[in-house]
Design a protein around this ligand. Structure first.
Ligand code: ASP
Length: 326
């Protein structure tokens, strides 16, 4: 066995792989880094941290979150492609994985070919939000107000390709009004400014804003789902308030760099499978308005199919909108 490990060690230095991982001993005594491509305290970060706690239990190794932020999540996503392929660096990302190829001219990675897919994690709905001082009682009052004042209002987002950016684009084109958009490194810092009134409008996942909406620190004018959210039954959808068919669904999935050995990927998949069935994780996510993936969806095949179908769906929409970044 020792000779085998030594041989694998020699091979590993040749191919940049981890000997223990190849020998099926993953994870050893090294922490697993889960890269989150948005700011700490925000919605993607919250899903990652809750998942990290429960997955640590099932993987039997500590998972630590690394927030590598900027450029709508593409910097963190690229970091994982370039990381050692040993299972000690994984990525927790959202819909941006499927929208960034159409938005960035120099993305520097290919979502379909540069990752091992681990599985889907959760779906998180969005809300259209405003700073508290906007006087409109409901969306019916908000709409004429923001149309008349669009040149004085700004719309926060988490950078090109972020969920808040996509939702904002769709909102502006649906109501045919333009706002100044203000990019942040995630919607955690954007939320601080929304509460402070420095920006007036934002779309965000419920996982970031559930507490502030319930305590009325900000206003929620509508959900971006086609039916009302279980956790926010009192908030009407934008669809039912006149924006027919308005829908933005945010999903999260997990990845490892392409070339991560299959036994390692299998262990990550098994830990994710156990985590999505974990009652404490499901309860925490439900409280934040999120729906945890079924075990059938927390699989590499399901995540791969989702990323591809979302690329197919969003690419023509983005091209038509003529939005891009370098
Ligand atoms: N909610 C952000 C987005 O708009 C991401 C984040 O901060 O987690 O994509």
């Amino acid at each position: 066995m020792n000779k085998l490990i030594a041989l694998l060690g020699a091979l590993s230095s040749l191919f940049g792989l981890n000997a223990a991982a190849l020998a099926g001993e993953y994870p050893t005594d090294k922490a697993v880094v889960m890269v989150v491509p948005f700011a700490a305290g925000g919605p993607t970060d919250k899903v990652a941290r809750e998942l990290g706690v429960v997955m640590t239990k099932h993987l039997k190794q500590i998972i630590v979150v690394d927030n590598t932020v900027g450029a709508g999540g593409t910097i963190g996503a690229r970091k994982v492609v370039q990381a050692p392929k040993d299972g000690y660096t994984i990525l927790l990302h959202h819909i941006g994985m499927s929208t960034s190829p159409a938005l960035y001219r120099n993305l520097g990675f290919d979502p379909m070919n540069d990752y091992e897919f681990i599985g889907e994690v959760a779906d998180v709905p969005m809300l259209l939000l405003s700073t508290k001082s906007l006087t409109a009682k409901d969306f019916k009052e908000l709409l004429p107000y923001i149309k008349a004042n669009h040149d004085k209002l700004s719309l926060a987002n988490a950078g090109i390709g972020s969920a808040s950016h996509l939702c904002g684009l769709l909102f502006m084109s649906t109501i045919q009004a333009d706002f100044t958009t203000v990019p942040y490194k995630g919607t955690a810092p954007a939320l601080t400014d929304l509460m402070g009134g420095q920006v007036q409008l934002m779309c965000d996942q419920t996982t970031n804003v559930a507490g502030q909406v319930r305590s009325k620190a900000i206003k929620a004018y509508g959900a971006t789902s086609l039916s009302r959210l279980t956790a926010f039954k009192d908030i009407p959808t934008l669809d039912e308030q006149g924006l027919k068919g308005f829908e933005v669904k945010i999903w999260h999935a997990m990845y490892a760099p392409k070339g991560t050995p299959k036994p390692v990927v299998d262990k990550l998949v098994a830990a994710l499978q156990a985590s999505v069935q974990d009652a404490s994780f499901r309860a925490k996510m439900a409280e934040l308005g999120a729906e945890v993936a079924t075990p059938q969806r927390a699989t590499p095949d399901s995540a791969r199919a989702l990323v591809q179908s979302e690329i197919n769906k969003w690419t023509p929409i983005i091209k038509k909108a003529g939005v891009y970044a370098d």
